[in-house]
Design a protein around this ligand. Structure first.
Ligand SMILES: C[S@@+](CC[C@H](N)C(=O)[O-])C[C@H]1O[C@@H](n2cnc3c(N)ncnc32)[C@H](O)[C@@H]1O
Length: 197
């Protein structure tokens, strides 16, 4: 049983990852940062699975490498020093999950952060890489400069997805500040049989 508590967008994303990501699956961490989410994904996909983890910060990737190496999971992870907007150049296989933890690294400078145009470019590529029943999970932060603009772009992208093809959800904690991070979930429909319009 998971006793970690659903105290925010990231634990909620992990809750869904535990349900959806199975041993042998492929996954993308679009915002590797210090590698905590990458480590979690690498554990779930197992020895036969694979994770691609993108970040534009070399220092963050090298910390992630150490973290994965210490856990004995580096072999199943490709650490990619490139923006996630170049995802399709590096990932040629269909994937079960793509995780975005937007914003900036709390341990790094606030000026290095995700942005509306590159995030939407990555989401566009990601939706094409997704398997049926696969999920894109996006932890969204609006409290920093540029966060609201990025959210407006992500929201427009998500609202434009065809409901025959994608189930799109937003999950927000009602008893926290309006600036608290929240989760957007995009599931590629496993089957169109149950669509109700
Ligand atoms: C909130 S942090 C991610 C935290 C991370 N998932 C972890 O477990 O530590 C956001 C990360 O996105 C990265 N980032 C910003 N723009 C990016 C881009 N275009 N492509 C990939 N990563 C980017 C930042 O460098 C930062 O490390």
């Amino acid at each position: 049983m998971n006793l970690q508590g659903l105290y925010g967008a990231v634990p909620l994303s992990h809750f869904f990852l535990r349900e959806r990501l199975l041993p042998g699956d492929r996954a993308i961490d679009a915002t590797c940062g210090n590698g905590q989410d990458t480590l979690f994904l690498a554990g779930l996909v197992g020895a036969e699975g694979k994770v691609w983890a993108f970040d534009i910060q070399a220092a963050a990737l090298s910390l992630s490498k150490e973290r994965l190496e210490a856990a004995g999971l580096l072999g199943r992870v490709s650490l990619v020093h490139a923006g996630h907007e170049r995802m399709a150049e590096f990932v040629a296989e269909a994937v079960k999950v793509i995780l975005f933890n937007l914003g900036y690294l709390p341990t790094g400078g606030q000026e290095i952060k995700t942005s509306a145009s590159t995030t939407v470019a990555a989401l566009d590529q990601g939706k094409k890489l997704l398997l049926p029943a696969g999920m894109i999970l996006i932890a969204v932060y609006t409290g920093h400069g540029g966060g609201e603009e990025e959210w407006a772009a992500v929201k427009a992208w998500a609202e434009g997805l065809d409901p025959h093809e994608f189930n799109v959800w937003q999950s927000r904690q009602l008893n926290r500040s309006k600036k608290a991070p929240f989760l957007v979930m995009v599931e590629k429909t496993p089957s169109q049989l149950f669509w109700r319009g």
